[in-house]
Design a protein around this ligand. Sequence first.
Ligand code: ADP
Ligand code: GLC
Length: 474
Amino acid sequence: MIRVLSVASECAPLVKTGGLADVVGALPGALAPLGVEMRTLLPGYPAVMEALEGAETAAEFTGLFGGDARLLSGAAGGLDLFVLDAPHLYDRVAGIYLNDDGVDWPDNPERFAALCRVAADVAAGALGTWRPDLVHCHDWQAGLVPYYMKRDGVDVPSVLTVHNIAFQGLVQMDAAKDLGIAKADLTREGVEYWGQISALKAGLVWADRLTTVSPTYARELMTPEFGMGLDGVLQMRKADLYGILNGIDLDVWSPEVDDHIQTYKAPKGKAANKAALRAEFGLPEADGPLCVVVSRLTEQKGLDLLLDALPALLDRGGQLALLGSGDPALEGAFASHAHPGVAVRIGYDEALSHRMMAGGDAILVPSRFEPCGLTQLYGLRYGTLPVVALTGGLADTVIPATPATMAKGVATGLQFHPVTADALSNALIQLCDLFAAPKLWSKMQRNAMAQPVGWAPSAAAYAALYDDLVKAAE
Ligand code: ADP
Ligand code: GLC
């Protein structure tokens, strides 16, 4: 039995802005059968505090980044949790990262440094009763944990998973003292990133092992094109960097068990869900494929390319139903798109996202970069064929329709490259052609639904990594 403390800023089903939450929420259940007892440390946002059951005070802190705080131990959403109850940092309406104006909370560096400080204390044995054998940190919000542990001489091994290198936890150098970062570490070999401090870099430098969420993204991260200024550090740590593909939680994302949809077992069962989805979005019957998008609307996701490529789909009788939120310019461009074949919901709606997976014919993911991506995996499981850019985890999870894969009968979706509107248009044309050939289409749907997308192989990879580290530390 290995005890792991998982440290993260979001966790499904309690608090979610993207795929990070799905992964953090699924890992404990996926790892339990492999002898890993994982407890997740989260900030005490209102949604987490409300959901917490059986809470007991495990530790108290005075003057933790400007206020007093308690560490609560309890359960919520089927997970064993430690929750940092620090109202001065987390008891806020609006977003978990952004205020009402859509701007980062100015004290985000301190909010998440507090989480890291407490994680390092738990690793040091502050609770007496429960002490982890290993700490698993997720993204920049947990990046300072390995640093604090090394500096405090806590000899518990740590793993940092990079879910997205675009978020680096940057803060001005003069915050170093407040954050408990020693002057000697404000260097290029340490936490310095182009004249600022990067909490992510602290993790990249001091964690014992690094992982990211697909093998292709692991390679991409070491290149200037995708490394976003941190490629040099990642190259230096190449021997310790692993690409472990995300899975999906099949108890939540499977057409056979999904409470949000009309249950179906075979691709045929999609028809009723599609009719319901069309009705919900006010889309008429059509001859072409009903494409869906469920996404944050940001530069990363490449949906501006879709705006340019849409005529290729619409001219062939295809349709688009989009659910997303984010960049106001993109929200506006989609919301004001006047075509009877396009329907848009701006916002965040978990239940609707399930109905879209169930009712769509295809899911579009034209990302410029994508560490793993989960919606294409949901699409596969629901027989909603993914049309994806050839990048990151999208490259690792979709078997593209080519003459060779079609001849072999193994294709599960479409991939396009380069990531341009023209290449996406061509993929949409190919999609419409395939949709017009029902035998080929249903063969691809069956392939997609049969592709293994659960957590089992990747959970085993994490468990093996933990095992190695814990044995080496003994
Ligand atoms: P990222 O984490 O970069 O946003 P992923 O594909 O890994 O991308 O995960 C996105 C997760 O967020 C998926 O579970 C997806 O269904 C969900 N999601 C994104 N936007 C919305 C939305 N507007 N409404 C509901 N769920 C959404
Ligand atoms: C990030 C990435 C996404 C990945 C998710 C979970 O948000 O953008 O590609 O699937 O983390 O690892």
